[in-house]
Design a protein around this ligand. Structure first.
Ligand code: MRU
Length: 356
């Protein structure tokens, strides 16, 4: 397994650093994080984004908080660390990897407390940091497994349309949808990527195009509204996207505009795949209708950075995600293999093989 060229998050001695994804590709810089509140703000403001990367960041947020509190009296350590869990959990609502990673961290903390002789705070802090490191390295390995399963679905010379950024930047490394593309490209397939801009945060134009250019993977940038035209002209062979949350019945919440692409793909009989780790599947949510959809500040659609172009006075709405019904999804590409025409029975069977 080759190490990822893009290290979205990295631990440095006593603090966390994350690439500031708000300023890419104009600037490539890391920001420093020292507490759970810092990391929660970084997630909310989208310094770090993408479901698996958000989960990793939250895990490190807890490790940082435990470290920061390790010399406090035990009662204060407990109450402040609990607050850290709460503020991280509330940072973004749709990506289920956030709650999944925090649950893992809480299990470690509970295990430290459940023995006869409860571990002292400094030892708990060490154990939580080890768990955060494990979540990060497992994510990279899982993405390589997703890549290997998904690459088999891509023909030589395929033109692959992707939406948003489900790449190394959205994960601990390699990526999910872009992980499939990377693995297929590395195996010698002469594929090319069509990245749509992904308004309003422009993850496609800024992040996906940047990742592909770094590795000389051919990429063409289009506006979001060009996808239907290109499909109708036979210029798209398949669509692969990531996911923020997959409901038990196979409905998928992903970046706003994913549903539109799935409908268009069905209209043109183009295979539509979703690449995601099992940690993105939420068996506790029955269907897409129950997935919380984040509404972000209208400012994000009124302009970008300091530039504002929208007419003052118009009411604006900015839902950040939409739900694609399972019936439009050709397959879920997971680390355990491809679930074709996903439904509840097939999805539950994935976990019966032993969840990660
Ligand atoms: O708002 P974002 O940038 O966090 O949205 C990200 C996406 O929608 C990704 O497609 C998803 O998280 C999968 S990342 C592997």
């Amino acid at each position: 397994m080759t190490p990822s060229k893009v290290e979205t998050l990295r631990w440095r001695d006593d603090h966390l650093e994350m690439i500031d994804q708000r300023v890419l590709p104009a600037r490539f810089e890391y920001l420093r994080f020292d507490s759970a509140a810092d990391v929660a703000l970084g997630i909310r403001d989208m310094v770090v984004r993408g479901a698996p990367a958000i989960g990793c960041a939250a895990a490190y947020g807890i490790a940082l908080e435990a470290r920061r509190l390790r010399h406090h009296p035990p009662t204060e350590f407990i109450s402040e660390l609990n607050k850290g869990f709460d503020c991280l959990l509330q940072s973004r609502p749709t990506a289920v990897n956030l709650g999944w990673a925090l649950d893992r961290m809480r299990r470690i903390w509970n295990a430290c407390r459940s023995t006869d002789k409860a571990a002292p705070p400094h030892e708990i802090a060490e154990r939580l940091l080890s768990e955060a490191h494990a979540i990060k390295s497992e994510d990279i390995a899982i993405n390589h497994a997703i890549g290997a399963h998904g690459a088999a679905l891509i023909a030589d010379r395929a033109r692959v349309l992707t939406h948003c950024n489900a790449g190394a930047l959205a994960t601990a490394g390699h990526g999910t949808a872009l992980g499939v593309i990377r693995t297929a490209f590395a195996s010698g397939k002469r594929i090319s990527v069509i990245a749509d801009e992904t308004r309003p945060f422009l993850q496609g134009a800024r992040l996906t195009a940047w990742e592909m250019v770094q590795e000389n993977i051919p990429v063409m940038l289009i506006t979001d509204s060009s996808a239907g035209h290109m499909m109708s002209r036979g210029e798209v062979d398949l669509v692969i996207v990531g996911a923020d949350r997959v409901a038990a019945n196979g409905d998928v919440a992903n970046k706003i505009g994913t549903y539109t692409l799935a409908v268009l793909a069905a209209r043109h009989a183009i295979p539509f795949y979703v690449a995601c780790p099992l940690s993105t599947i939420d068996l506790a949510t029955a269907s897409g209708a129950q997935i919380p959809i984040e509404e972000r500040a209208p400012d994000e659609i009124a302009g970008f950075g300091d530039l504002r172009w929208a007419c003052e006075g118009a009411v604006m709405r900015n839902p950040a995600f939409d739900v694609t019904p399972a019936e439009l999804i050709g397959g879920l590409i997971t680390e355990k293999g491809v679930v074709r025409a996903p439904d509840e029975r097939k999805i539950r069977a994935l976990f019966d093989q032993g969840a990660p």
